[in-house]
Design a protein around this ligand. Structure first.
Ligand code: ADP
Ligand code: MG
Length: 273
């Protein structure tokens, strides 16, 4: 017959085991398992669950927490200027935009293929919204993403050149899976800026996926790149080798919504139809 330990002895053995377990989990750097070990033990005990179930549930919590932490870190590092999602986008307001195509692109298969996306359209039609939304999806799927405006990127190169840090910057660029360059064409670049961006696009070719937004048709792109037809031609050649071009037509969403608000009328998309 097995001898029963006195209650106080059982309690102190249990406490000692718990204490040891927590210290091992700390050494193994399992913060969630460390935090949740007692709570999950209580739950599993109440359900008369197995030791395996206890360990599985505890490990599952650790894995889920790590995944969430990694996504939050990638979203932060991407430096998106706004938080926009595909689910917030009102496709009915832009009937000519192919919703299915956008939903397909949100699967992010274009990223490992090193393909590019170009959103082209007038101001206020949702180009930045969609670029950010796709970028956030890519972060959730484990890709490293970085958002720049075209002028911000040109400035970054200028500063790097002045500080002789261009190689370092190029290494950082190379580490990304997806780079968003917003507002190409809003501000014409000077000669240096144009050359830097040309260098950037050459470096990204078949190495890093790009999402660009622009208000200018390709024919006007030399305006962006210091009126250099040859350089712009070479750049477009690379950029459009593997590309999804998405033209967005229509009136500014901002303008439409503010007009609707003033009139107190029905939502913009209903009036469009
Ligand atoms: P663009 O980059 O084309 O100038 P934005 O993406 O900045 O335009 O859009 C302007 C504002 O209008 C943003 O707040 C954006 O979220 C919103 N917006 C634009 N189009 C839509 C849409 N179809 N559905 C929902 N919000 C939209
Ligand atoms: Mg924009």
């Amino acid at each position: 017959m097995t001898q029963q330990l006195p209650a106080s002895k059982t309690d102190s053995t249990k406490q000692h085991t718990e204490h040891l377990l927590k210290s091992y989990l700390k050494t193994l750097r399992m913060p969630t398992m460390h935090r949740e070990s007692s709570t999950v033990a209580r739950q599993i005990g109440q359900q008369h669950g197995s030791y395996e179930l206890y360990l599985q549930q505890l490990a599952e919590l650790e894995v889920a927490q790590r995944k969430a932490g990694a996504i939050a870190r990638r979203l932060k590092l991407a430096r998106f200027p706004v938080t926009k999602e595909i689910s917030d986008f009102d496709f009915a307001a832009v009937p000519k935009l192919n919703k299915k195509r956008l939903i397909d692109l949100a699967q992010c298969d274009f990223v490992p293929l090193r393909s590019n996306i170009i959103f082209n359209g007038p101001p206020g039609t949702g180009k930045t919204h969609l670029a950010v939304a796709l970028g956030r999806e890519a972060c959730r799927r484990g890709y490293q993403v970085r958002f720049f405006t075209a002028s911000g990127l040109a400035n970054l190169y200028r500063e790097a050149r002045e500080e002789r840090q261009v190689l370092k910057l190029e290494k950082q660029i190379q580490k990304q899976d997806l780079i968003i360059v917003d507002e190409l064409g809003y501000i014409p670049l000077d000669r240096h800026g144009a050359e830097h961006l040309f260098g950037f696009f050459s470096q990204c070719y078949e190495q890093v996926s790009l999402i660009l937004t622009t208000n200018l048709p390709f024919a006007d792109w030399p305006q962006i790149f210091a009126d250099d037809q040859r350089m712009t031609g070479a750049l477009l050649d690379r950029l459009t080798h593997h590309v999804h071009i998405i033209g967005i037509e229509g009136q500014s969403f901002r303008l439409k919504t503010s007009q609707q608000e003033k009139k107190g009328g029905p939502p913009a998309q209903e009036q469009d139809q």
